[in-house]
Design a protein around this ligand. Sequence first.
Ligand code: NAP
Length: 250
Amino acid sequence: MATLKTALVTGGGSGMGEAACHRLARDGMAVGVLDIDGPAAARVAAAIGEAGGRALAVTADISVRRQVKAAADQVRLAFGPITVLINNAAIESFTAFEDIDEDSWDRLMSVNLKGAYIVTQTVLADMTTAGWGRIVNISAIGAQSGATHMAHYTASKGGMIAMTKSLAIELGAQGVTVNSVSPGFILTPMSRRAIEANLFPVPAEQIYGGYPIPRLGQPEEIAAACAYFVSEEAGYVTGQVLAVNGGAYV
Ligand code: NAP
């Protein structure tokens, strides 16, 4: 397998996706920075370029197949077949279960779960043709532990874990590994918004202060787990869920 690899990171314009883009670029990959927020993706791609890496910003809503296809085509044109995929983009919402309306349920499923299905289907042929591929699905601690007021979000993230296992079984013989990273409480724009809006049942410090490792996680710590899963060394690891959560759920 050639050492030059092309990665696509969804939600690459912010938080963990941004950290993963930087990490994979530092590890020598060309990176497609895909985000619904075009200027954010452009900012990340430019920063990677300034640091000596190779990156292209592409704008797409991962729940819209034609947008994803156009974005993937742009990345392929610039860097070649996409053989590394980080399915990271997602949205969250905090709502008591009886108040979750169907629009909200559908939007979360559509972005968080269907989006990963669409993006994976869009790039999978690149991997199977190469006989080598790496897919990392970002799930969430709430899929493992449950989380109050997040039944729709945790259901979508539980789906990511289930899809990871099924795809791992289906694709292993074709040289493609599929794993999941399950973040705990990580400091990103998403979690900062929730903290500032007081959306957690108790103050945030009370949550992460009680963990075995009593602090918030950093996006770079999630990126490091992604970097392991997409490495050559992880070639015999598939269908796994690596929780990076400070021991909050063991
Ligand atoms: P973030 O800071 O909000 O970054 C997510 C990025 O994805 C944003 O740039 C967002 O754009 C983009 N995005 C949203 N919807 C999209 C769509 N339909 N198509 C393409 N891009 C879209 O989030 P994060 O905290 O880094 O989260 C990264 C992943 O970790 C997510 O899967 C999240 O569910 C998961 N996670 C996070 C935590 C945590 O503590 N932060 C914990 C567990 C799991 P906009 O900003 O314009 O929406």
